[in-house]
Design a binder for this molecule. Sequence first.
Ligand SMILES: Cc1ncc(COP(=O)(O)O)c(C=O)c1O
Length: 413
Amino acid sequence: MPKHSMSRRRFLQSTGAAAIWLPSSVKAYTSSEMQALYADGVMQQDVSKWELDTPALCVDLDALEANIATMQTTMSRNGIASRPHAKTHKCPTIARMQIDQGSIGICTAKVSEAEAMFQHGIDQILMTTSNVTSTKIRRAMTLRQVCDGFVQATDSPSNARLLSEAAAALGIDADLVVDLDPGGHRTGITPGQAALALAQLVDQLPALKLKGLLCYDGGSQHVVGFQQRKDQTLGRLIAASDTYDLLQQSGLNTEIFSGGGTGTYNIDHETRGLTDVQVGSYVFMDAQYLGIGGESNTEVYSDFQTSLTILTTVLNDQYAGRATTDAGAKACTINRPWAIIKGESGMSYSSGSDEFGTIRYDADPSRTYKVGDKLELIVSHCDPVVNLYDQMYAIRHDKVEAIWQIAARGMSA
Ligand SMILES: Cc1ncc(COP(=O)(O)O)c(C=O)c1O
């Protein structure tokens, strides 16, 4: 594929209308007013996104759908599957869209997230985090009792024994994958003989069924430069592939070997044995991912579109070189790099204050803002931003088409 570069400035300017000025007499619909207008799953009147009370979390439907389609096309071409991580969107409607477009299920990071997804009709769930307390183990196994498609990760023999006891007490057979450490030592057991021994234990313990392996190489997802990222992740996952071979040679079940993320989605099929990618951020994208560069665009990671934005209103324009908005840390988080003002250049945004955001005009700003102006921000890091909102507005061509519940918002336990 020929390499080309698109500068960050050009890329941002191509991302669409940045802001709009509205007279203060224009309605700013609150979330409860919007809920009232969204009867029977249909908007009862046209509302522009620019008429929403702010801060508001918006997802652009054309961009979201394009991202899901891009992922599925790549997966089909590369002969593996996607099992998107719902920790990113926490939204059953998006999980359903992903599954309807070909994903084989979803992942969750927390047992409460898994419960929320199941309550909203999602029944193929891989829980990628180990549950270690008796309460969480019981909750996970209770979920497995009603959800045949629930698979739990484990990374130690003692944890596998506790899961076996809990599953036996409920009279079920629980499906487990062994979580492998890719080298970051965050979670997982060391690949090789230790992992093989754990897989054999899971295979032998009562009330457990071994489904295979999980190895998420989080430390490689944001490596800048496609080739550097590729070299790092493929190198780090060799031990996981070797473990996959060991399981196969021992006659153990390897039907699942899950891993990978948005930064490596078009690399992961080269890891021997990998069955599916646990991609999360690709549905929304964010400033953290934009900076890593892609295979075809070395400057900006433009494989996916920035579908998730925060709408904010300017509160103060009295001081030279800056303006203040209503979206601070509680609307945007304090993750870095800061959120990016969509469609603009020559200015920066920061959200260090709890309730206030700051626009700073650098040299040659593309415009300046006035009190009451609304603008859109490309989020810094999508996962924690979504967790700040109860709902997101689904937008098509600037109009609100739907309101989606972020059902697993705040499900951090
Ligand atoms: C275990 C696991 N899998 C998958 C992902 C998704 O990663 P990304 O958002 O980079 O696609 C994450 C994100 O942190 C994760 O922790």
